[in-house]
Design a protein around this ligand. Sequence first.
Ligand code: G16
Length: 544
Amino acid sequence: MQNRSVATQPFDDQKPGTSGLRKKTKVFQQPNYLENFVQAIFDSLEDITGQTLVLGGDGRYFNRSAIQTIIKMAAANGFGKVIIGQGGLLSTPAASHIIRKNQAYGGLVLSASHNPGGPDEDFGIKYNVSNGGPAPEKYTDAFYQRSQTISEYRIADLPDVDLDTLGEQGDDNFSMEIIDPVSDYAELMQELFDFPLIRDAIASGAITLRFDAMHAITGPYAKRIFEDMLAAAPGSVINATPLEDFGGGHPDPNLAHAKELADTMFGPDAPTFGAASDGDGDRNMILGRNFFVTPSDSLAVLAANARLIPAFKDGLPGVARSMPTSQAVDRVAQEYGIPCYETPTGWKYFGNLLDAKKIALCGEESFGTGADHVREKDGLWAVLFWLNLLAVKGESVSRIVHDHWRKFGRDIYSRHDYEAVAIDIANGIFDHLREQLPTLPGQTLAGNRVKYADEFSYQDPIDGSVSRYQGIRIGFENGSRIVFRLSGTGTVGATLRIYLERYETDTGKHDQDAQQALASLIELAEQLCEVKKRTGMSAPTVIT
Ligand code: G16
């Protein structure tokens, strides 16, 4: 095997965002662009000689060719072994599990998650560390720094690897193992949940299931787990074949993008349970018959019922949510006397808390829920948790959530996204918000008295690291909140996210439409940030 050094020059835009580096595919396809970033990662890591790297992606356009390049670069940079999902496929949570199970040094996951795929759409790459979780900020900062001074990358003259045939090839210095992407993950799920109970509930017809894989990575996982292992009717998993362009769709599991599933679940003869996952399998959307569960409520319901699941029969040491996620789970933690941590947006902030066993369950408003079994959010795991809960309780999704609201109150919640905003306008909005912060506490706005108004900073309780500028929060004495943040995952301009939340204890008002219930906060948010006025947009691009 011959190694080569290839001269290159830095690209100035290789700063990872909320979850790795995401760009238009054509940006990644520029000569040396992918190679520079991968070399910057390898240069920033210590003692990689002879180590094992896990490699896979969500199957989007450019996945296979990027994998071939990375294998050759891993060889030239001294890795001893690369474990690759068959066909170049690995869901994000499965990659996390495989890193942990094999005690690998780390992994590279090729995905732009819920962003569309294809030659004119998005591609992405993220590095996961040895605990299986996304690289913390100190790593991503180092990758960026290195990318700004890079002058060469190293690559081996190897023939392309057959990604489709299982088995190990190579020699003592460098080997490549192609593994079944599903089996280890499916086995882990079987250990965590009561499969016989779920299977019986499905067999008896008590649970009828529809899962939308959105032409993305979870198709093969969901087919194996739901249809083969849990005996759901053939066809219960729809859009089950991963496609390079996700069938032209947006693999984002929400009511707008998983429309086929939403139409079924809100139509006549709906199954009792519906769910969807995203491009790389870490997000989930949960639906009952005629009923949508917000991700924040889902996290709270799972926390409240954790003891009913084999994996959590002894209870939870603590829980965590990202800052913009609703406070529903805080109420559960308070009731059970366990801590609830509030972290910045991004799964990487949960890793230390999970490793230190401070928490065992965590989640985000952005359709992410997960636990201590891996170090990524996990779409199918969340679906199985709900299935296990339905099988134990024998009640409908809607009933379980309504009972939860009756006990804890309802945090009525919505997120409004304004996408592709010009960067200078977005910066202007934040400057304008920052100027107002000192004057807001004590004021009564739209009938709500402001308790605090600040820019969120987080100090990690385990390693003491501090993350600043994580979103602007305005909290009211009645528990309502408005949060403003710029997304770290978009690839065009800036995306302004406005998170709105109101606490309601009156059960007679629990069935209100969220947009109506939040109308006065929505208007107040516009008065404060002026996004419509400054951009000329008349409405949010997406409401979830
Ligand atoms: C990623 C992160 C999540 C985050 C989400 C939205 O999810 O892993 O932690 O909540 O992006 O981030 P933002 O609001 O900055 O766009 P995914 O599923 O895209 O990898």
